[in-house]
Ligand binder design. Structure first.
Ligand SMILES: *[C@@H]1O[C@H](CO)[C@@H](O)[C@H](O)[C@H]1NC(C)=O
Ligand SMILES: *[C@@H]1O[C@H](CO)[C@@H](O)[C@H](O)[C@H]1NC(C)=O
Ligand SMILES: *[C@@H]1O[C@H](CO)[C@@H](O)[C@H](O)[C@H]1NC(C)=O
Length: 377
């Protein structure tokens, strides 16, 4: 089209021709610039990592990368405004070690999974059913420490142990993460494969994620102004606050519109025996449980014991709202268990409808005046 016009101009007037030619060159130049800007630094060879982080266009395309055994994909010291894209199949060598296989740290960063990509950690090489408690040494997978940033669309498969950890983040959105560790469900398979953990962070929203694993779907041990919404959890240990202790605080956490399928727990707040801290301004709203196997809702102050085995330690849990947490647990499960020091629970609101569990346990420390079917089947 454009060339046709230029051709016409060529026939008609040389002045207009040169103007048009200039326009054409400028347009081509512009296209060239756009091409350069969107191309980014193609990181296909691990040795190029440091060069990629310095690249002028601040765009790192992690394409079919193989990260050698025992090496960390170190994406710290990123330039502000960097975009990191995962594309193709990204894999890792096997080594027994502690630490994180991937770390990402920076400000105004976007971490994006491109359609069809897979971060395939091949955790079966480490799995022995023991997780962090023995057997092979297993690295944790990814830790991000991000400010004013976005993590979107990552497909992460079969991590050796913990999957995605957002620590000391501020103003971060995490969305459409797919943590797929369902291969670890077999005996001697994955253990302590936490899906998404969050600690020491503020203003973090985690939404539209899927987690199939063998430990907490989501766990938070400290932080404030956190939202966990529209997520689906399968196979793991539920949505957890804790284990709390060491004086740590979780405040202003909202968990809403989530589905918890065949986890050991639905919703859980746990604090360790002999330690204290504070849990405050917490809402669990519109949570559907399907076939939870041990506890629909469990709140206890004597972890690692469960419930009536030992006395809880005083640990304030204030302004807790359980609203429309509903669904089913298995016959061998307890619908609800609360086991906290009398006086620790203040200003609770409770509206739940969990059915199916035939395990009847007595409760302790339920605030007076709230209508909670604790210890009932
Ligand atoms: C919270 O973080 C989001 C980014 O996820 C940001 O848009 C928003 O402004 C932040 N809110 C506050 C109060 O800083
Ligand atoms: C209770 O916590 C919710 C968040 O879950 C918060 O919106 C509300 O303001 C808190 N109420 C009080 C009285 O602090
Ligand atoms: C509780 O849930 C069951 C189904 O799981 C339902 O039949 C029952 O009507 C619900 N009760 C209330 C009060 O909503």
């Amino acid at each position: 089209m454009y060339l046709d016009q230029s051709a016409t101009v060529f026939v008609n007037a040389s002045l207009v021709f040169s103007l048009n030619m200039e326009l054409l060159l400028r347009t081509l130049g512009g296209l060239l610039l756009i091409a350069v800007a969107t191309k980014g630094f193609d990181l296909t060879n691990f040795d190029q990592l440091e060069a990629a982080k310095k690249s002028a266009d601040k765009r790192i395309v992690i394409r079919d990368l193989f990260v050698p055994s025992g090496k960390q994909l170190d994406l710290k010291n990123l330039q502000e405004g960097t975009v990191i894209e995962f594309t193709g199949r990204v894999t890792f060598g096997f080594a027994e070690w502690d630490g994180f296989m991937v770390v990402i740290k920076g400000k105004n960063i976007r971490v994006l999974g491109k359609p069809g990509h897979l971060i395939d950690v091949e955790g079966h090489r480490w799995w022995d059913g023991l997780g962090g408690k023995g057997g092979k040494r297993k690295p944790r997978f990814m830790q991000v420490t991000l400010e004013d940033s976005l993590v979107s669309g990552l497909n992460i498969k079969n991590t050796p142990k913990d999957c995605f950890i957002a620590n000391f983040c501020k103003n971060l959105r995490i969305e459409n993460i797919n943590v797929d560790i369902k291969d670890g469900d077999k005996k001697g398979g994955g253990h302590n494969t936490d899906g998404i953990n969050c600690g020491g962070s503020s203003n973090v929203t985690i939404s539209n994620c899927k987690v199939h694993n063998q430990d907490d779907c989501f766990a938070i041990g400290s932080g404030r102004d956190i939202v966990f919404e529209n997520n689906v959890c399968t196979g793991g240990h539920g949505i957890s606050i804790g284990s709390m202790g060491k004086g740590k605080v979780v405040e202003r956490l909202t968990v809403r519109n989530c589905v918890v399928i065949k986890n050991t727990n639905g919703v859980r707040i746990k604090s360790r025996k002999g330690e204290t801290g504070l849990v405050k301004d917490i809402t669990f709203e519109n949570i559907e449980l399907q076939g939870v196997t041990q506890y629909g809702i469990i709140i206890h102050g004597n972890y690692p014991d469960n419930g009536p085995k030992s006395e809880p330690t005083p640990f304030p849990i204030e302004n807790l709202t359980i609203n429309n947490v509903h669904g089913t647990v298995g016959r061998g499960a307890a619908n609800i268990l609360v086991w906290v020091t009398p006086g620790s629970a203040k200003n609770w609101k409770w509206n739940s409808n969990i059915t199916g569990g035939k395990r009847r346990l007595s409760c302790k420390g339920v605030p007076s005046g709230i209508n909670m079917p604790c210890g009932k089947i």
